[in-house]
Design a binder for this molecule. Structure first.
Ligand code: IVH
Length: 672
């Protein structure tokens, strides 16, 4: 291998890194596209000629070709905490008081105020200055590895120049920040998706979150993701202040949002928050508040953390964005439970990055309380939860003689009588065969989180019900008998009918908890279904159980037990269940089959990344008679250690618990 090729490659890489930094981090291009492409091609050619010189930190290696099959889990050795929120000046003043109370008296407290970028948080781990892994926050202690996708973000350095920060002797370190998408880029992406008939993202944050978890980095590379980083963590180095921490990140070549401000007291913090409450409209990206951090790291350490958030930082959340529009119509919709809900249809209006054309008005009491009428001008807002709502009616703009909104006197779909249970605000259609109810129930049954019947979506279900192929979800398993007639339905064709039948067959494999949830029994969500299935093990046992027995199940209360009781008392529901049983659906819990007694009574802790998923490893342990627990004690028999183990590894060493590798575990269960 010629030395010159190696040198040339390194020179080209450094040049490209420099131009990338100028373009993507500083937004200050230092080369034209043509010359940049030439450099890039030259590097690519040299690397192709000398494949042994390709290294993962080369600018040519941003976009990998391998699909991510499973997202490995990554333990955050230092947990990724969240922040407590505040919404008013008063709350910030209280925060300042609590901070001062937590520190030796008369200590001066400075704060750093930063913009709170509305994206998804990410952790980047560097070894010797080279990006090794990127992970999502997950539950704060374990996230998912998304390195291949994060590498495609051009403002993320794959290699940093440590000599820029010599005096800090950084070697291995972690950087935390927020991945986001600019509003304009998000709009363009949604436009493209619309023209291709794909589902739209609700807002830039959802779009970033969806993109970072995609399996194909090539697609991610085409999406306009970007990053702002806000924290550098390193075991070798300690910084004196958050301000200094941000400066070092900048020196290392990371993209830090430049609007941070050192505040000498809480009043300066309040000024910063107020200024950004209005200035945020002008930013090309979305922020949902300000993060206020105690500047001194020493003071941060004294203050420490409670449960999931530090005492030394707080988020100041902006008030929800509002917009004015008019109510074109108030429609009444019938859901799968028969509940008749009012929905306001608006003149479409842009609010916080998305177009709003409707919002639920929940129930008649809500309409009466706010006195919302057709034709009214209303103020709508979208909170952090993305769901738009009507805040108030602008009464000055109300037209004369506008009619009061009244609840319907019959079902808007099937014209059957309505009833209102005592102690409820909702009104219900009493016809169990109401097409809207039937459609809603079938939709729930086939949905992704229930039986997951691919291809059986809302519009096909509506057609099938209207054409009389489906009268209940049990009829889904008889569609196969009408195959020829289905093929004749407009736009369906043989291929899609075959795919649908295949998906229906596949759904028969769904485990009992999913089937129980799919039945759509009121108050039986997926969590309750799981608990009930685990406890009763079969639908027959559950049907036989009395209210008291049902309520003995942990976390199952009277509303669930009463609802189950009433569901099973209806003859038609029993017939439906019988039909589904005959079709071969699972109404019995699957027991994890025990294959040996080798690990009987032994308790295990798992830490670090294994070659198989944690769930799979747990199954292996359980099927040999062992137990997996989450907290370690001296009674733990084994700590099973994978790559990058967490704090449990050290604890095991301290407690003298036996530590085994995956290989050693395999030997343990293969003994006989
Ligand atoms: S500091 C313990 N700084 O907001 C410190 N967070 O709940 C926690 N965020 O998930 C984070 N901009 O992803 C910090 N300048 C900023 C931030 C920021 C956005 C996100 C972060 C975290 C959430 C806080």
């Amino acid at each position: 291998m010629s030395n010159t090729a190696k040198e040339k490659i390194e020179i080209l890489r450094n040049k490209i890194r420099e131009h990338d930094y100028n373009y993507y981090v500083l937004a200050n291009p230092s080369i034209n596209d043509y010359d940049y492409d030439k450099l890039y091609k030259e590097l690519e050619n040299l690397e192709n000629e000398n494949p042994n010189l390709i290294s993962p930190d080369s600018p040519t290696q941003r976009v990998g070709s391998d699909l991510t099959k499973v997202f490995n889990s990554v333990e955050h050795k230092i947990p990724m905490l969240s922040l407590s929120n505040s919404y008013s000046e008063e709350e910030l003043i209280n925060f300042d008081r609590r901070v001062k109370e937590g520190l030796p008296s008369n200590e001066v407290v400075e704060y750093v105020a930063e913009l709170k970028i509305d994206g998804v948080s990410v952790s980047l781990k560097y070894e010797n200055g080279i990006l090794k892994t990127a992970a999502t926050r997950g539950d704060g202690s374990t996230g998912e590895e998304v390195t291949a996708n994060v590498k495609t973000i051009r403002s993320v350095p794959l290699k940093v120049n440590l000599s820029n920060t010599d005096n800090y002797s950084l070697i291995d370190f972690e950087v935390r920040g927020e991945i986001y998408m600019e509003v304009e880029a998000f709009r363009k992406l949604n436009e493209e998706r619309e023209s291709e008939g794909e589902k739209l993202f609700a807002n830039p944050r959802n779009s970033s979150a969806g993109t970072i978890k995609m399996q194909d980095p090539k697609i991610v590379a085409k999406r306009p993701l970007d990053i702002f980083v806000y924290s550098l963590l390193s075991v070798n180095t300690s910084f004196n202040t958050q301000f200094e921490n941000l400066k070092v990140l900048e020196k290392l070549g990371f993209k830090v949002n430049s609007n941070y401000n050192l505040c000498n007291n809480i009043n300066e913090v309040l000024q910063y928050c107020n200024a950004w409450e209005t200035k945020r409209e002008k930013l090309p990206y979305e922020i949902d508040g300000v993060v206020i951090k105690v500047n001194s790291i020493k003071q941060q350490q004294i203050l420490g953390s409670i449960a999931k958030s530090p005492r030394w930082a707080i988020a100041y959340k902006f008030k929800a964005k509002q917009a004015e529009t008019s109510v074109k119509e108030i429609r009444w919709q019938v859901g799968r439970t028969g509940a008749v809900t009012p929905v306001a249809e608006f003149e479409p209006v842009l609010l916080a990055g998305s177009t709003i054309s409707r919002a639920t008005l929940h129930n008649i009491e809500e309409i009466q309380r706010k006195d919302i009428r057709r034709g009214d001008s209303v103020l709508i807002e979208k909170g952090g939860d993305v769901i738009p709502k009507v805040v108030s009616v602008i009464l000055d703009k109300r037209k004369k003689n506008s009619p009061l909104t009244l609840p319907p006197d019959k079902c808007p779909v099937c014209a059957s009588p309505l009833y209102k249970p005592e102690n409820e605000v909702m009104i219900y259609c009493e016809n169990n065969l109401c097409p809207a109810k039937v459609k809603g129930q079938i939709q729930h049954f086939a949905a992704r989180n229930a039986m997951d019947i691919e291809g059986l979506g809302e519009s096909l279900i509506n057609q099938f019900v209207d054409l009389g192929f489906l009268n209940s979800y049990a009829d889904i398993y008889e569609l196969i008998n009408h195959k020829d007639r289905l093929i004749e339905i407009e736009k369906l064709g043989e291929k899609s009918v075959s795919n649908l039948i295949e998906a229906i067959e596949k759904s028969k494999e769904k485990p009992f908890p999913k089937v129980l949830f799919a039945l759509g029994i009121r108050y039986v969500g997926i969590g309750a279904a799981q608990k009930l299935a685990e406890h009763f093990e079969s639908i027959d046992n559950l049907m036989k159980a009395g209210i008291e027995q049902i309520e003995e199940v942990h976390d199952i209360g009277p509303s669930v037990s009463a609802s189950l009781n009433s569901f099973f008392s209806i003859q038609k529901n029993i017939q439906t269940i019988d039909k589904l049983k005959k079709a071969g659906l699972k109404f019995i819990s699957e027991k994890k089959e025990k294959v040996s007694n080798l690990l009987d009574g032994k308790t295990f802790i798992i830490t670090g990344t294994l070659s198989i998923s944690r769930e799979e490893m747990k199954d292996r342990i359980i099927s040999s008679g062992g137990k997996v627990t989450s907290s370690i004690s001296k009674n733990t028999d084994y700590v099973l250690v994978g790559e990058n183990p967490g704090s449990k590894f050290e604890k095991a060493q301290k407690l003298g618990v036996k530590i085994i590798s995956e290989d050693e575990f395999s030997k343990l269960i293969e003994k006989n």
